[in-house]
Design a protein around this ligand. Structure first.
Ligand SMILES: [Zn+2]
Length: 248
């Protein structure tokens, strides 16, 4: 019988059932298989993997698993995603931008509020998401492991939390983005950038109380949505502060 031994390191264990966490796993096989396929058969998307060592030597995802191989798999961390040499990542990301699957609408709004370039539509299908991520080098955020197992997706992240408030903190931590936060720069509706606009140009669109009380406005360059510091602003400001307090 042919057998190989797999050890998943650090947060890659999040994907494994309890008996397989933090232990060397024996994997018996009869058919030729790439290491990408075997890793993903354990439920670990390749997008979470930064480095694979077989018998102490680095290999890429096409490596064919051999009898008696000792395999160590290491996760991507915030530092090696952005800064250092990356073994299995096809290219370094200098600019962080995102595309999100349809279930992460609240996270998308939070990312836009904090200034991050975030594509989101509630009608993107899996194929479109994979293509957008690939073509635009956008990090695909999803809770669908199968989507991250597509070969086309090279930069992706499985969002662990199901709570939107925790998800935004998780993503900022993972990609080391607390210092990159630049709130109130983007349209929450469409991701367009905001620009200052003189009141006289948009006064006809405003509710009467706003016409009387507010003088400073911004408008989305893409969809034309007008923003001002109204009653909702304080709530958003508090949200931003509560998120940023996790970065200390
Ligand atoms: Zn807009």
């Amino acid at each position: 019988m042919t057998v190989a031994y797999f050890q998943f390191n650090a947060e890659l264990n999040d994907f494994l059932p309890r008996p397989k966490k933090q232990v060397k796993i024996s994997y018996s096989f009869t058919e030729r298989a790439s290491i990408k396929d075997v890793i993903e058969s354990f439920g670990v998307p390749h997008t979470e993997v930064d480095c694979i060592k077989v018998n102490g030597k680095n290999v890429d995802f096409t490596y064919i698993v051999q009898d008696e191989d000792n395999i160590n798999i290491y996760p991507i961390s915030a530092t090696n995603l952005i800064q250092s040499k990356i073994n299995l990542r096809p290219k370094r990301l200098n600019i962080i931008s995102f595309v999100l699957d349809i279930h992460l609408g609240k996270l998308a709004t939070s990312l836009r509020l904090l200034g991050f370039d975030t594509l989101y539509r509630n009608d993107y299908d899996d194929e479109e998401l994979a293509i957008i991520s690939h073509q635009q080098s956008r990090i695909l955020l999803t809770r669908d492991k199968g989507l991250l197992m597509r070969s086309l997706v090279t930069h992706g992240y499985y969002v662990r939390s199901t709570n939107p408030q925790q998800q935004i903190v998780e993503v900022l931590r993972r990609f080391d983005l607390f210092n990159a936060v630049s709130p109130f720069q983007r349209c929450l509706r469409c991701n367009g950038l905001l620009e200052p606009i003189a009141k006289e140009f948009i006064v006809h669109q405003l509710p009467e109380t706003v016409q009387l009380q507010i003088d400073e406005f911004h408008r989305c360059q893409d969809c034309g949505q007008v923003y001002w510091k109204g009653s909702h602003y304080e709530r958003l400001q508090q949200f931003v502060e509560s998120v940023l307090s996790n970065g200390n």
